[in-house]
Design a protein around this ligand. Structure first.
Ligand code: F0G
Length: 405
């Protein structure tokens, strides 16, 4: 009834085995709940009355032992209607899904509450991940709550200060890898095999399961209808994969009528998925030395590229790149028009939408949701540098001068 299916050859694997790749062809695995069984479970509609949260949709999630659920109250994040920003971009029905409102300040908590609950169910004692920052902050918190030991591997010198502080404070063993995220991930995968640590990067199918609940919430918040378009920043490609899986599951169950177009936005210096999409290529060309101010998505060899490309194509969506300058401008615009402070990677979705509008690639009447993936306080250094200098004064007269409109 519930299994893990290979995304390449379709081979089925037992759900309670600790594996991340197909034993037949090596491709990634995804959780699959049989539709009829799920339909029976949700038929009476009682779940609809639960408050908004990841676990509102627990029937859709492959965790069986409710006593093992590790939760910090994730999900249930606001979907803001953004009229002032919408006006600026000429979009009438613009929303921002603020995932920075999750317990550790990013969407990763959706995946970790499910992934770490599964880890307890599987009886593991220690967990590991590689991270550009948010995954490590989130895993460290959930491992602490679960009483598991936790090692996080981060690219040396390239993780925003807030995220680093979180992983350290939650008590994870923080290991700095000389090299970029891609090198750190290779090490984490190796460690999971050699040392037997349970891997909680987005190649873990349970992470994707948790993250798909953001798509459920958006439809729920819009009165059980999908938006016309969802715009997401893309790094490793796990989140866009999760959203697309979520929307498709709702459609298959008849809970929504139509699917949205998915838009993936990458930073210009780290854009293998957007480049492959533009070239209409079936594979990606990894970027050797990815570089961007949006360190969260500073990834050159995304593991979920195949599923991310599939989401873009299948949804009739698109991918594009934005420069660091465009990212920072969008970060300030969102903060100053809507009072929503996001980290640079998250602002890529706003910058991407702005570009699409300028290129005439969206209908101005569309209902559009931009996903703000992480909180602005994660990266205070970039924020302070991006803003006007602080004014220093000594006298009330000087203040009067400053205060003049
Ligand atoms: N936005 C933020 C704030 C992120 O932290 C990430 C990924 C993404 C977008 C992209 O999501 O990788 O699923 O395509 N951060 C990972 C990490 C890589 O380690 O925290 P993706």
């Amino acid at each position: 009834m519930i299994s893990m299916r290979c995304i390449g050859c379709g081979a089925e694997h037992p759900i309670d085995e600790i594996i991340y790749n197909c034993e037949r062809c090596g491709d990634l695995l995804e959780a699959r709940i049989e539709e009829r069984a799920l339909m029976e479970k949700i038929e009476n509609g009682g779940w609809r009355l639960r408050p908004l949260s990841v676990w509102k949709y627990r029937e859709f999630l492959p965790v069986f032992n409710e006593a093992k659920i590790v939760t910090l109250s994730e999900g249930g994040t606001p979907l803001y209607r953004c009229e002032r920003l919408g006006k600026e971009l000429s979009i009438k029905n613009l929303y921002v899904k603020n995932e920075g409102a999750n317990p550790t300040g990013s969407f990763k908590d959706r995946g970790m509450t499910v992934g770490v609950s599964k880890a307890l169910e599987l009886g593991v004692k220690a967990v590991v991940c590689a991270s550009t920052g948010n995954t490590s902050a989130s895993l460290a918190a959930y491992a602490a709550k679960a009483g598991l030991s936790c090692i996080v591997l981060i690219p040396a010198g390239k993780v925003a200060l807030g995220k680093l502080a979180q992983a350290m404070m939650y008590g994870a063993t923080v290991v700095s890898v000389r090299g970029n995220f891609d090198a750190a991930l290779r090490m984490a995968v190796e460690a999971s095999k050699q040392i037997g640590l349970y891997l909680l990067n987005s190649i873990n199918p349970f992470r994707i399961e948790g993250q798909k609940t953001a798509a459920f919430e958006i439809c729920d918040q819009l009165g059980w209808r999908a938006p016309d378009r969802v715009v997401l920043p893309v790094g490793n490609g796990g989140n866009i994969t999760a959203y697309w899986k979520g929307f498709k599951e709702l459609k298959a169950l008849g809970l929504i009528e139509k699917l949205p177009k998915m838009v993936g936005v990458q930073a210009a210096g780290a854009s293998p998925i957007a480049d492959a999409f533009a070239a209409n290529s079936a594979t990606i060309e990894p970027v050797k030395n990815p570089e961007t101010i949006a360190t969260a998505i500073r990834i050159g060899n995304p593991v979920n590229w195949k599923r991310a490309l599939n989401a873009l194509k299948e949804s009739n969506g698109t991918a594009l790149t934005v420069t660091d300058d465009e990212i920072i401008k969008a970060q300030k615009l969102l903060a100053r028009k809507e009072g929503i402070f996001v980290e640079p990677a998250s602002a890529a979705s706003i910058a991407g939408l702005k570009k699409l509008v300028e290129n005439g690639e969206v209908e101005l009447e569309e209902t559009i949701v931009c996903v703000a993936t992480g909180h602005g306080l994660k990266d205070p250094e970039v924020a302070v540098k991006a803003c006007e200098e602080i004014i220093e004064i000594e006298s009330p007269e000087a203040l009067e001068k400053v205060a003049k409109p």
